[in-house]
Design a protein around this ligand. Structure first.
Ligand code: G3P
Length: 216
């Protein structure tokens, strides 16, 4: 499963990229606002840090303006992936852009039938929001399983990008289902490295090593 960081914070992206385990980045208008940075400038910087796809989202609601915005965004770098909302105009834009060889991430997916539409529109990635689904009394991971089944039934190439990930259990379940990608805030990704028994184990080994008086 590929790991994307769901953030527009440069320092956090650099820190995760240094582990060699970061496969891409996703941003959205809320994350850009949170960064306080210029959209194009920060997207360019992110694209220079990671080799993989960097999702940059259009904000227009109509197809023509989405295409104009996508044109601006895809000029930023070769690894920009245009993010469009799961609407009729968003999917029209997806179909057009992927037909031209541009990567597209269809976002704000909340049902398996919406994901079916995204795949039919040729989406590179579909982003079902598991956390927001759970928050509203639905089962986010059931949605991932349903999308996986439908995509396998028809051999769709669209990658399932599990988004709105809130904790390690979401990551575990996404991997168990066989999702292609998960995107999570840097704090969640960093949390995956940790286990109390790992820390306790290191502490014990180092205490015993000190008793030997040796060095490596
Ligand atoms: O970037 C899309 C998605 O991951 C947002 O997550 O936490 O705002 O529901 P969240």
């Amino acid at each position: 499963m590929k790991f994307f960081a769901d953030t527009a914070e440069i320092a956090a992206i650099q820190e995760l990229a240094a582990t060699g385990l970061l496969d891409g980045v996703t941003t959205n208008p809320s994350l850009i606002a949170k960064s306080g940075r210029d959209f194009k400038e920060v997207t360019k910087e992110i694209c220079a840090i990671v080799d993989g796809p960097v999702s940059a989202e259009v904000v227009a609601l109509d197809h023509e303006t989405m295409m104009k915005e996508a044109e601006v965004l895809r000029k930023i770098a070769d690894n920009v992936c245009i993010k469009v909302p799961l609407t009729i105009d968003g999917l029209k834009t997806c179909k057009k852009l992927t037909g031209d060889g541009t990567m597209v991430n269809v976002t704000l997916c909340f049902s398996a039938t919406q994901a079916l539409l995204a795949a039919k529109a040729g989406a590179t990635f579909v982003s079902p929001f598991v956390g927001r689904h759970d928050d509203n009394g639905f089962d986010g991971m059931q949605l991932i399983g349903d999308i996986k089944l439908i995509y396998e039934n028809y051999g769709f190439k669209t990658e399932i990008l599990v988004a709105s990930v809130r904790h390690g259990i979401h990551v575990l379940q996404a991997a168990q289902i066989g999702a292609d990608v998960m995107t999570a805030p840097p704090s969640v990704i960093k949390g995956l490295f940790k286990h109390v028994l790992t820390e306790k184990g290191i502490e014990g080994f180092l205490a015993d090593w000190a008793k030997t008086g040796q060095s490596i």
